[in-house]
Design a binder for this molecule. Structure first.
Ligand code: FAD
Length: 329
């Protein structure tokens, strides 16, 4: 059985239905390495353990705990919470990092409640002071960064996908240990059927995308919203939208960025015909580079944009696409 460092950080890595690490793994392990020694936990079928452990090592986990599914393919959340609990007892970590994905925050919430630990959700970074691990949050529409800390015990942190750039150094041969998990028998929603949704688009998924192009009410109609999709395709970006564009039926709700939609933290965020209401900014202000195109030079989006073009999207964007296409040559 592996020895665990005094500054261990337990990291639950999401596993995709096809048995690979989710794209959030790199940022989670990078964040953990900033504040301690990462110990990765993967919950998957036994046949995927070796490849998942190697992948976790390549992303910087010196130690990987592997847990069997334990019914995670038949019941929601509880088997993963059981594994997280067992890993916590074994490792005694200073903090537990989990992706702020749907599955991750569900497991983190249950685990924190079960073990009476403090939880910090949707963190955009972690830090450490003399008393332990802290979580950083982007609040008030991204205008301030707040820091939270637990009064006692390991802090459970759900980390916003794409928010942490830091990467841990690859470990060629991580120590891999099988984790023994006793099922808690806690009530769980049963999975009665599972249908993999066939991707109808080659575009990246909005949550966790490195580049996002979003459109607002300024696009004017569902048909004209295609311009947003064309620029997204030219950049290899995901498509997002403001709530006004969603409410007007230009795009489905799944594309909504903001307080009541998806929070994104991409390298590049392009806002087309979006005014920049505080509720929209809340979901995208932590993007590394923000480009805004709006015909109103006083639109609030320009207050947070790194690059701004005052102009009509229907004139500017086609030129941008042509320039990008020419560059690809
Ligand atoms: P508008 O504010 O109408 O802005 C359209 C912009 O397009 C204008 O700035 C205009 O100058 C520009 N424009 C028009 N034509 C062109 C053109 N041809 N070329 C260039 N620019 C052009 N909003 C969200 O986005 N996400 C949320 O999650 C969210 N949650 C909310 C939660 C609550 C509780 C509330 C009250 C509101 C929420 N909203 C949210 C709504 C938010 O307040 C704004 O109403 C919304 O973001 C506005 O969307 P918009 O910028 O597309 O539209």
């Amino acid at each position: 059985m592996a020895e665990f460092a005094a500054d261990s950080i337990l990291v639950l890595l999401d596993v995709t239905p096809t048995g690979e690490l989710a794209s959030s793994a790199a940022g989670l392990l990078g964040a953990a390495a900033q504040v301690g020694t990462p110990v990765a936990l993967v919950v998957a079928g036994a046949d995927a353990h070796a490849s998942l452990a190697a992948a976790a090592g390549a992303l910087g986990a010196p130690t990987v705990l592997t847990a069997d599914l334990g019914g995670a393919d038949q019941a929601l959340t509880v088997p993963i919470t059981d594994a997280l609990s067992a890993a916590h007892d074994l490792v005694r970590p200073d903090a537990v990092l989990v992706s702020n994905s749907i599955e991750g925050r569900d497991a983190a919430g249950r685990f924190a409640a079960r073990r009476s630990l403090a939880i910090a959700v949707d963190a955009v970074g972690v830090a450490r002071d003399a008393d332990g691990v802290l979580a950083q949050h982007s609040v008030y529409g991204g205008a301030f960064t707040a820091t939270s800390a637990p009064t006692f015990g390991a802090l459970v942190v759900t980390v916003r996908q794409g928010a942490v750039d830091a990467r841990a150094e690859a470990v060629a041969s991580p120590v891999v240990d099988a984790l023994a998990v006793s099922p808690s028998g806690a009530p769980a929603a049963q999975i009665t059927s599972f249908t993999a949704e066939v991707a109808t688009s080659s575009r990246p998924e909005l949550r966790g995308a490195a580049k996002v192009v979003s459109g607002g009410r300024g696009l004017g109609s569902k048909e004209k919203f295609e311009l947003v999709e064309q620029l997204a395709d030219a950049l290899g970006a995901a498509v997002g939208a403001s709530r006004a564009a969603v409410d007007a039926g230009y795009v489905p709700y799944s594309a909504q960025v903001g307080q009541t939609g998806v929070s994104v933290a991409p390298q590049l965020y392009v806002a087309l015909g979006i005014s920049g209401a505080i509720q929209h900014k809340a979901g995208m202000q932590t993007a590394k580079t923000i480009v805004a195109i709006n015909k109103d030079g006083d639109a609030p989006i320009f207050e947070i944009a790194d690059y701004g073009i005052v102009g009509d999207v229907f004139q500017v964007v086609p030129q941008l696409i042509a320039a990008l296409d020419a560059k690809k040559g």
